[in-house]
Write a protein of this length. Structure first.
Length: 115
């Protein structure tokens, strides 16, 4: 008798949870990718969509099953970010853009008028 049980999810939940840090991350990642796959399928009749096509060869017909297979195959992943670090980086980028704009304005004022 086999030790494996038939499950609704292939690959199994345990194998998928090894690829992410939490069940919430798995659900969010699979749902987002599933929506992208659906969008890709819908866009094919319109000359191609902007979404990425399936990254694995699959016999699954459901987009969520394909998303799980892509997660298992390490074809898609996620990145965690620190909200404070992100805010700091955005503030630095804004300050740099403002400094660049001020420098450009000063350079324009320094150019003599030709008449």
């Amino acid at each position: 008798m086999s030790d494996e049980q038939d499950t609704m999810i292939t690959p199994g939940l345990e194998a998928l949870l090894e690829k992410v840090d939490s069940k919430f991350t798995l659900v969010s990642l699979a749902a987002k990718r599933s929506r992208q796959l659906i969008s890709y399928d819908l866009g094919l009749g319109e000359g191609g969509g902007s979404e990425v096509p399936p990254q694995v060869t699959s016999t699954a017909r459901k987009s969520l099953s394909m998303a799980f297979e892509e997660i298992q195959a390490d074809k898609i992943g996620y990145e965690r970010f620190d909200p404070e670090e992100r805010a700091r980086l955005e503030a630095e980028a804004l300050a740099q853009a403002e400094a660049d704009a001020a420098a450009a304005a000063a350079a324009l004022e320094a150019v003599p008028d030709e008449e």
